[in-house]
Design a protein around this ligand. Sequence first.
Ligand code: GDP
Length: 552
Amino acid sequence: MSKLTLAEEAGRRRTFAIIAHPDAGKTTLTEHILLAGGAIRAAGAVRARGENRRTQSDWMKIEKERGISVSASVMTFEHTTSDGVAKMFNLLDTPGHEDFSEDTYRTLTAADCAIMVLDAAKGIEPQTLKLFEVCRLRDIPIITFINKLDREAQDPMALLDEIASRLQLDPAPIWWPAESGNRLRGMVEMGTGKFQPYAKKPAGSKEDVPHPAALPLADAAQYFEAGEHEALMETQELIEAGYPTFNRQSFLEGHMTPVLWGSALRHFGIDELLAAIGEWAPPPKVMPARKEAPPETRNAPAPVEIEVEPGHAEVTGFVFKVQANMDPNHRDRIAMFRMASGSFKRGMKLKVQNTGKSLSVNAPIMFFASDRELAEDAYAGDVIGIPNHGVLRVGDSLSESGLIRFAGLPNFAPEILQRVRVKDPLKAKHLKKALEGLAEEGVTQLFRPELGSDFIVGAVGQLQFEVMADRLGEEYNLDVIFEPSPYAEARWIAPTADGTKADLDDFAGKYRPQMAVDIDQAPVFLAKSSWETGYVSERFPKIAFTKTKERG
Ligand code: GDP
């Protein structure tokens, strides 16, 4: 039993994600953060964990062949920061490839803070920008880590200028690098003048050498070559005068980003980054929600807008991801549940808001770096895996009362729509189940046209189809063919404020061959071109054609 109050338990949690353009070093940084946090002992463990999973399913082969990561998961570790408080860190792993952005967006809904990793030679890249925009939309504060200082980098000031001008974010340098690449000497802390020397890996050696202990810059002459030491002292003064000092409030409000530097590969600047996360990243926040009876409850009171405090006694939270078949021998399905409040105990009964279904959570899983363990208790900010057989879906809200509903897990209109067929017609029924399973997990979207027996599968990127075909083969033993479909766009439809159900029925009647339903039986219009979408939206002003649908 914890001796801390609920609010204190929540207050010592840091739930964060790393966002980066592919190749900026997210995987390497994840690993080195886990090392710095004492969660793993040797570099290579994250990859090894990946390898291990890869042997389990062909899906993971794609990860290996393409060198990308497609599955998001969470890693939990406890680490005592310099303030003496033992904190629980929940690191959410987001896939980097742009075809999986939907998954990433959903994962970010469960994060309270993001670490934005930039490659020091490249600065802001397209995917960095996209992910940043999602964080801004969700008011997620951002800590910037500029990686790969051990290689030739851009001018640090130019990098900060780019952050300021392209992201409209005030960069507050916490450290300042002394050169980069072969000439990297270390970095100096703004305000304190503390110098952290960098130890180059000796030529021909496989082992990294530990970086020397930090010391006042004034005493660090031995780490520099002629002229460099004085130059850095001057730069420090210049930078301190020229950039704002870090202001936590401004960071939490999304106006400012603290900027740290380092090399994930050389484990340089990582302890400093972890300390910054522990010290500055926000604890679980108050979340807006609605108190609302499940649909179709008789005499249900009107829904009330509420704010859920992390220290609130009732267990509440939402499912932001479902991972199926982590172990293909057991058709397991694990819902990743982010807690917003309460004190969870193993064996507890929770109810799903939108279905009213109740489930006993007897085998919740905590994901540690090297192991999975049964979660005996959990608090706001924690992510637990709940094994289930399809009861839980992405976007579901769970709570003890069953009356709390969190909104805002979007489904995005797919950009590619294909028809899917199974080669062996006897397996058509099997295909339906498999497609529904993958759609529930959020791998792809599934549309069932009102006429005919085809399925239309939608995805944001081509790679999603490859993952899907692979998983259908490996996990469901189905050999499928994707064919072009006549459709270019899918739009969810509903009457506008001055429209009625009759308007909707009228439209659906006129466009019957292009009407479909999604996995939740919500009506969808399949347009043959974006021109057609424009045309029907003009002709039917009482119908809203929307590109996103909020689940849950
Ligand atoms: P991700 O795609 O963002 O997950 O990037 P990875 O962590 O897989 O890194 C991409 C490549 O950059 C790999 O070859 C890493 O070894 C390399 N890398 C990552 N961090 C550093 C670093 O700090 N310095 C150098 N030189 N290479 C790095």
